[in-house]
Design a protein around this ligand. Structure first.
Ligand code: ADA
Ligand code: CA
Ligand code: CA
Ligand code: CA
Length: 204
């Protein structure tokens, strides 16, 4: 499997801007025009310290589109009550790339991201996450349901290129969560399903 995986169409050579306070997207669409948004030190340093602030916070089904997150990724992008993330490029993932902070459906498409020391997607609330056309290279794991939590998460990845995971692709501690990986290309991706998933499978 794994045809037609193109990631983001944003290049990394666009105008740069430093973000000193989280940009909040509460309705409609925020279109970044493929500018490079770099976290300022007020948000964090992109290390593994917890408590950093996100560059973007997207809420209530709003859409964030055409964004490059630059070399300081801080705590990436947070979603609340569902969101759509389209055409996002993380040049150097910070503490993590994206976190689901409250319940809803989060749709993520046409993305690519590199160099997450640990997690790429972090899921901290019962939710649905549907990811398509993604490139994730060099991370600990592509997705982690918050350690020790047992709520249900339903995740699908379709058309993803996952390369060089230290640990694996999907990890949960919840026996009610489900994960499905389709039409994807894996290389040095570790264990696909880590933990007691209700169901977790790769096909296509
Ligand atoms: C770690 C930490 C959690 C939470 C999470 C995150 O798993 O233990 O409390 O901060 O990271 O959202 O980044
Ligand atoms: Ca963390
Ligand atoms: Ca990094
Ligand atoms: Ca985090």
């Amino acid at each position: 499997g794994g045809g037609s995986i193109t990631g983001s169409s944003c290049g990394t050579g666009g105008a740069q801007t430093t973000v000193n306070a989280t940009i909040r997207v509460t309705s409609g669409t925020y279109d970044g025009g493929c500018q490079r948004f770099n976290a300022g030190s007020a948000l964090g340093d992109g290390s593994q310290s917890e408590g950093q602030q996100p560059v973007f916070r997207v809420e209530n089904g709003a859409t964030l589109r055409n964004i490059v997150i630059g070399n300081n990724g801080a705590d990436g992008i947070h979603t609340y009550n569902g969101a759509v993330l389209d055409n996002i490029y993380w040049m150097n993932v910070g503490e993590d790339a994206m976190t689901i902070k409250s319940s809803g459906t989060t749709t993520v498409r046409n993305i690519e991201g590199y160099d997450a020391d640990d997690k790429f997607f972090q899921v901290n609330a019962a939710s649905t996450l549907n990811v398509s056309n993604c490139i994730i290279h060099r991370a600990g794991k592509a997705l982690r349901q918050n350690g020790g939590t047992t709520f249900r998460v339903d995740v699908t990845f379709d058309r993803c290129d996952i390369n060089s995971m230290n640990e694996g692709v999907f990890r949960t501690d919840s026996s009610s969560s489900t994960a499905r990986l389709t039409n994807s290309r894996l290389r040095n991706a570790g264990t696909i399903c880590i933990g007691p998933w209700a169901s977790c499978a790769q096909s296509g």
